[in-house]
Design a protein around this ligand. Structure first.
Ligand code: GLU
Length: 304
């Protein structure tokens, strides 16, 4: 495994076609695109890494897997009255579908869906309490209390978040939002601004590898039934309107973020995190996707 990862990291360091860093969030526009990291965490607790796998980055939409897991734990299947579970086929921040579908987001991983999930998590709590709960949960599944939030990124999102405000107000016009929108978005932006390294992120996905149990710590996070469902959503919706392409090329449940990270799950085998800040046109990490494609070719880990 170490040899495979070294080869992939070496290949990526020479690659000049790295995509473009997200610039609609000014703070992310400052990230050096010439970085690449990869980590593979195995259920037995071993972690293999190459490149800058200890470098912290903004996990952005990858956090939506964790907030969905938390919301399912709090309100169970009532989550599905708030969001659907179909791929959207539209960009991550699109508003058009919401109008046709009366303010109910297609799935929990597009921005509108993730905002609705945060609304469910808040359930009358103060923003600080909800945020603390989300962060605590991420620390628990990563088995790492040092995981934190990049306040600068959160502030940068807040200052440039007209599109997300529009999505939230639009949903509210259908009576689908229960909390004050500035408070709701405050929690959402801070959740997206959680910073993790590839190593931390790979470890945090271990509960999805082994039917809901993080075998390296022995803790059950969700039921096996729920782990399967979360994986299926990652497969179908985890890369926005690039989800089909990701399934075609990589063939694993995965979730990307505009910070350039991807968390991918090889059920029964490994949790994999890659990071390279340059994105393709859809907003998924260009080299991250390529790295996962190479890894799966070498290991045969595709679920197909
Ligand atoms: N915080 C980002 C936003 O709301 C998340 C987008 C992403 O990672 O896809 O625009």
């Amino acid at each position: 495994m170490q040899e495979i990862l070294n080869e992939i990291a070496e290949f990526m360091s020479e690659n000049t076609d790295r995509g473009k860093v997200a610039d609609y969030i000014p703070e992310l526009a400052t990230i050096n695109p010439n970085q690449f990291g990869i980590s593979v965490a195995l259920p037995n607790g071993q972690v293999f890494s190459a490149g800058c796998a200890q470098q912290l980055f903004s996990i952005q939409s990858i956090s939506k897997v964790f907030s969905l897991t938390l919301a399912l734990g709090k309100i169970g299947d009532r989550v599905w009255t708030k969001v659907g579970r179909e791929p959207s086929g539209d960009p991550f921040n699109s508003i058009v579908q919401l109008e046709h579908e009366h303010g109910k987001p297609r799935n929990p991983f597009i921005n509108a869906g993730a905002i609705a999930i945060v609304d469910a998590i808040m359930m009358g709590h103060e923003p600080k309490e909800s945020l603390a709960e989300i962060l605590q949960f991420v620390r628990y599944i990563a088995n790492d209390d040092s995981v934190g939030i990049d306040e600068k990124v959160a502030m940068s999102e807040l200052a440039s978040g007209h599109r997300n405000s529009s999505l939230a107000h639009f949903m509210a016009s259908f009576n689908r939002i229960e909390h004050q929108i500035d408070k709701l978005l405050g929690v959402y932006y801070h959740q997206c601004s959680i910073s993790m390294s590839c190593e931390q992120l790979a470890k945090s996905g271990l509960f999805l590898v082994s039917d809901g149990v993080n075998q390296s710590t022995g803790s059950r996070v969700v039921s096996s039934h729920r782990a399967r469902r979360i994986n299926s959503l990652m497969m179908m919706c985890g890369h926005y309107d690039g989800s089909g392409e990701f399934a075609f090329r990589v063939g694993l449940p995965g979730k990307s973020g505009v910070g350039g990270g991807i968390l991918a799950i090889a059920p029964g085998k490994a949790s994999i995190a890659v990071w390279s800040p340059g994105l393709d046109k859809i907003g998924n990490s260009k080299l991250g996707t390529l790295a996962l494609e190479m890894l799966v070719q070498r290991t045969g880990w595709s679920v197909f």
